[in-house]
Unconditional design. Structure first.
Lengths: 307, 408
């Protein structure tokens, strides 16, 4: 107990007493009783606290993050799933009703850990969705594939799918900003549902991020002002606002007919971006009915559009 | 010439217990007791119900059944097990009366057979009065399928009260595990000085709520705290609240009665600044407020906000269900002026006296020596059983008094 008390006071100095109490308990849980198939990145409580005090995110130290009813493995530098994303994905899963008779083809761009499509695959009835998940990072694709296996979701369509209906998850490594993206990603439009939590942080805000985010999580999952040949397509007034990926996604949806008529496009956005993103998808993606959903903290967080 | 009578006695034993451990000296007391038993209110009540059934049978027409007839047929069918038990009772009673003269028979063999027979018949008749009839009369529990949530809160007594809260957590955990129930700690506030400020435990299994519901109330401990240098005995309290646990699968229909989502305000704790990708700090605490009742539930023990929310709703459902059940009990008491006791949560229900190695339940007026066996869970079973029995007896009394009211 004295050891724990010392660790607690070290941790309290770093992150505050209330958080320290909770996080220390979660560390102990991760050591004694980790989620099945996920081992923490550390062997001892001392090591965990030492790493946390140095500013590493708790989730990387524990090696996992709950996402709805799922426990996902997380590893640096793949973006840690956020509670805002969890909240809207659960809401989205509730608001749509695919079935084995009318299964959804789902496309998730910038998938990271695979959290969004994996949760949909988990929540929807067996045989009601086939998800394709794309990311530019080999680390992310590797992790998403592991997570699918751990969650019991098949990563390849089986021949006997007609007798044993299942939801499938296909991870693909591809660069959304590449001019030949549609071909590179072997897209097969149209999709019934397109989801994305693309990098949306403007450069100026990125520079001011807390160290636990900036020093540990992939810049390619965070920075929305990315230098790329296609960035020139972004109108001058939208530059440096973290909106590059929305212009690209909206253009792809519009030009390649990615979204089936009646399909749904759901894009997570950063603080204050919802209206600009709504305008972008309205102008370029050929969608009409546009909603903005708030997150549990009252921030406009998701632009949901229907074609 | 006694043989036919004896054959009948033998037959009657086929449905009576085979235990005949009554000593000869007990027979006169048994005899008076059995006769008294026939005047017991419960026997009078069963007799009336059986007569009512016979009357209904005579009223139901043979051919076309009206709605009224269907009601009557249903009633007749409901009363069938009681009728069967009554037939058995009358049979035993008749055999007993036939045995009575044989007890003073001149033949010693005959006398000893009669004594054996008499003891066995009395015993089976007593069992019918004490067990068979009550179990047929008391309605089966609506809450038999429910698991439970136990909320414990340290009360008077500072850190000693927190230590005892942790002791009670252990006691309920051990008792539950001994029953094959599963225990999950939903939330707890552990103090650095040892013990817990509060704890919420989920206990799942068959009949858990019915077994534990009478644990609600104030538990008092009297002992010398580990931290007390002078060796003085302190008195501290912990309050317990046992809530029914409604499984999520079954909750959709139950929720409609308990609350609507419009009535629940869901708040997340603290501000996240920009939130989203900007922040990777875990902010999972959730608070629910049920606006009509002002009940609030906070959960922060899980890393996932989704899990905290799910558990908070489980506790909220439990609290609202608890209110509902308690209100129903009060209404029933007012309506039938019966004796069923509603759980008063501020009532001191039990004292754990370490110095005297004794636990006393104030409602039962019952003490268990060997405090350790209670704290280890085994001794607690005695209280749980006695409290369930008391409730059952209250319900039976309720049934009997209801009938005599309506007949007055």
């Amino acid at each position: 107990m004295p050891v724990v008390r010392t660790l607690l006071s070290q941790l309290s100095r770093a992150i505050g007493r209330q958080s320290a109490l909770s996080e220390l308990r979660w560390m102990q849980q991760a050591l004694s009783n980790p989620p099945p198939g996920i081992s923490p990145a550390c062997r001892s409580l001392d090591e965990m606290v030492a790493r946390r005090v140095r500013g590493e995110p708790l989730q990387y130290i524990l090696g996992s993050q709950p996402f709805g009813p799922l426990d996902l493995a997380v590893r640096p530098p793949v973006l840690i799933p956020r509670p805002e994303t969890e909240d809207w994905t659960l809401r989205l899963a509730d608001s749509l009703t695919p079935s084995p008779a009318t299964p959804f083809r789902t496309l998730d761009l910038c998938t990271g850990t695979g959290c969004i499509p994996l949760l949909l695959c988990h929540l929807w009835p067996l045989g009601s969705t086939h998800a394709t998940a794309i990311d530019i990072s080999p680390d992310a694709i590797q992790l998403a594939t592991e997570n699918a296996t751990r969650c019991g979701i098949s990563t390849q369509a089986h021949a006997h799918a007609s007798t044993h209906p299942e939801n499938t998850f296909t991870p693909i490594l591809a660069d959304l900003m590449h001019p030949d993206f549609a071909q590179q990603a072997r897209l097969e439009p149209p999709y019934d549902l397109i989801t994305s939590n693309p990098p949306y942080i403007p450069q100026a805000e990125y520079d001011a991020l807390p160290a636990s985010v900036k020093d540990h999580e992939d810049i390619r999952a965070l920075l929305g002002d990315t230098p790329s040949p296609l960035a020139n397509d972004v109108p001058a007034q939208d530059r440096a606002k973290g909106l590059t990926f929305y212009h690209r996604i909206a253009a792809l949806v519009g030009e390649h007919g990615l979204l089936r008529a009646g399909g749904t496009l759901a894009l997570e956005v950063g603080q204050g971006q919802a209206h600009e993103v709504a305008a972008i998808v309205q102008a370029k993606a050929g969608v009409d009915k546009i909603d903005v959903w708030k997150d549990p903290w009252g921030k406009e967080r998701v632009v949901v559009a229907r074609r | 010439m006694f043989r036919p009578a004896f054959r009948q006695l033998r037959l009657s034993r086929a449905f009576a217990t085979t235990r005949t451990a009554f000593a000869q000296a007990h027979i006169p007391r048994q005899a008076t007791h059995s006769l008294k038993v026939e005047d017991a209110p419960i026997i009078q009540y069963v007799k009336r119900r059986v007569e009512e059934r016979r009357r209904l049978q005579s009223e139901v027409s043979d051919d076309a059944l009206s709605d009224e007839d269907i009601q009557k047929v249903r009633k007749i069918r409901e009363l069938e097990p009681l009728q069967d038990a009554w037939t058995e009772w009358k049979h035993a009673k008749q055999s007993l009366e036939e045995t009575l003269p044989l007890l003073s028979d001149s033949d010693p063999t005959m006398r000893s057979m009669a004594e054996e027979e008499y003891a066995s018949l009395s015993e089976s008749m007593n069992r019918m009065v004490e067990e068979t009839f009550p179990s047929l009369l008391v309605p089966t529990s609506d809450t038999a399928h429910l698991s439970a949530i136990i909320e414990l809160r340290a009360g008077v007594g500072g850190s000693e009260s927190a230590l005892f809260t942790a002791d009670l957590v252990r006691m309920y955990t051990r008792a539950a595990q001994a029953q094959g129930w599963t225990v999950t700690m939903l939330a707890s506030n552990t103090l650095e000085t040892g013990g817990m400020r509060d704890a919420i435990m989920e206990i799942k299994g068959k009949g858990v709520y019915d077994a534990l519901r009478w644990e609600s109330g104030v538990h008092r401990v009297q002992r010398v705290p580990a931290t007390e240098a002078s060796g003085r005995v302190h008195t501290s309290t912990v309050s317990a609240m046992v809530l029914p646990l409604i499984e999520e699968k079954a909750s959709n229909s139950a929720d409609e009665e308990l609350f609507t989502m419009d009535e629940v305000k869901i708040e997340v704790m603290r501000s996240r600044g920009a939130g989203g990708q900007h922040v990777n700090k875990t902010e999972s605490a959730v608070r629910l407020t049920h606006i009509p009742t002002g009940i609030t539930v906070s959960m922060q023990d899980e890393r996932s906000q989704h899990q905290n929310r799910r558990r908070a709703f489980q506790v909220l459902r439990g609290r609202l269900m608890d209110r509902k059940l308690n209100q129903e009990m009060i209404d029933r008491r007012d309506l039938r002026r019966n004796l069923v006791r509603s759980a008063d949560r501020s009532e001191k229900i039990r004292t754990y006296n370490y110095a005297q190695d004794r636990v006393t339940d104030h409602r039962l007026g019952m003490s268990v020596k060997n405090l350790n066996s209670v704290m280890e869970g085994d001794g607690l079973q005695e209280f749980l059983k006695a409290l369930q029995q008391r409730y059952h007896d209250d319900l039976l009394e309720d049934v009997l008094s209801e009938r005599s009211d309506s007949e007055r």
